[in-house]
Design a binder for this molecule. Structure first.
Ligand SMILES: [Zn+2]
Ligand SMILES: [Zn+2]
Length: 382
């Protein structure tokens, strides 16, 4: 009996030649063309500035727009801001916001599941970085946006999705060419603002799927491969704090401390001051602290378990952890009450001020009425 058919290795998914060509060509042109041009013609500070501005426009449109606004709904944004992100996202050449968000929501829901997570880090660095885009790994779900019904109601998202190709071509050719013509070095601009910017923008974003799942610490959870990495945050507009992000994905911040480099967080906060963003979501501090303490407990428990006569220490450790959690709960409950009280006091103060003003207005009107009454009665009595 011939069993060949059943034992032959499963066929690899079809290659996506368009993606392979785009990634290869842009990389080669940026890696070879740009240094050669720099050597022969040089770049001036205007061109370097244009590269930084264009790179930041792409990067922040992906992190503040695609990622934190659309994929995770961590805040709400004014249509003007959403429009800017839609343009910057097309410029970054990372598919439409709808498609990107759909993939990313699957990534969070099924993180590290090799069969479902579109860029599962457990399939290796290369796969999670770039490989997942080079073959049709999930052709059956391409175009299924049922996990993004909310985004399908966003007119700007749907407009960008519909005109994605035109927008991508217009921005990727339009911006570098326009700058090149204005500045007077067309080819230099195409190389630097066109290709180099695109390749830098691509690979720094891809690092979040690859490096941020391999390199760094796990202070909040070890239930998935995501890591916190300050160095990576420098290159990715703050997305390097990926361990925090995977456990508290609804938080508009990734770097939660003031000193942690998270320009995306600063941009969203500034937008909220300007009236361009609202309803910024943050994780209650207590939850964050508890996650940290639980990870520490788990780690020390593991370390102790390998040592002899650990049971007594383990017991103390557990007792101290329980006491910590109890005190933490007490502290945050009281803090919440205090804040509520202060809010009430403030409201009372405002109400008092309003009442005082009302009283003053009424007094003036009453006195006016009284005077006209006296004038009238005197007139009629005479
Ligand atoms: Zn995310
Ligand atoms: Zn991730």
């Amino acid at each position: 009996m011939d069993t060949k058919a059943s034992t032959s290795p499963p066929q690899k998914p079809r290659l996506i030649w368009l993606n392979i060509s785009v990634f290869t060509l842009t990389f080669l042109i940026a890696a070879i063309g740009t240094p050669l041009w720099a050597w022969h013609h040089g770049f001036d500070w205007m061109q370097i500035t244009a590269l930084i501005v264009a790179f930041s426009f792409c990067g922040l449109s992906i992190t503040a727009g695609y990622h934190r606004l659309w994929a995770h709904k961590t805040y709400q944004a004014h249509p003007a801001l959403r429009f800017i992100f839609a343009i910057g996202g097309a410029f970054a050449l990372q598919n439409s916001a709808l498609h990107w968000s759909s993939d990313h929501r699957i990534h969070h829901r099924h993180v590290d599941d090799n069969d479902v997570d579109p860029y599962s880090a457990k399939r290796g660095f290369w796969f999670s970085h770039l490989g997942w885009m080079l073959r049709e790994y999930h052709p059956n779900r391409y175009g299924d946006y049922s996990n993004c019904r909310d985004l399908q109601k966003d007119k700007i998202v749907m407009w960008q999705h519909k005109h994605y190709l035109a927008l991508t071509l217009a921005t990727n050719f339009g911006f570098p060419i326009a700058f090149g013509l204005l500045h007077g070095d067309l080819w230099g601009a195409i190389l630097l603002v066109g290709f180099t910017r695109l390749v830098l923008s691509h690979h720094t974003t891809f690092f979040i799927n690859s490096l941020a799942h391999v390199w760094g610490s796990q202070p909040y959870t070890d239930k998935n491969t995501a890591r916190d990495n300050g160095v990576l945050a420098l290159m990715t507009f703050g997305e390097g704090y990926h361990n925090f992000h995977h456990i508290f994905e609804n938080d508009y911040r990734n770097g939660i401390r003031w000193w942690q480099f998270d320009p995306t967080k600063w941009l969203i906060k500034t937008a909220s001051w300007l009236g361009l963003a609202e309803k910024l979501r943050v994780t209650p501090e207590e939850k964050i602290e508890k996650a940290r303490a639980t990870m520490q407990l788990q780690r020390v428990t593991q370390q102790l378990s390998d040592k002899p006569h650990a049971s007594h220490r383990l017991q103390i450790l557990q007792q101290e952890y329980d006491a910590l959690v109890a005190k933490m709960a007490d502290y945050y409950t009281l803090k919440k009450q205090l804040l509520a009280l202060e809010r009430d006091k403030l409201r009372e103060k405002v109400e008092n001020a309003e009442l005082t003003q009302q009283y003053k207005d009424l007094k003036v009107r009453f006195q006016q009425q009284k005077r006209s009454w006296q004038v009238l009665t005197a007139k009629y009595a005479s």
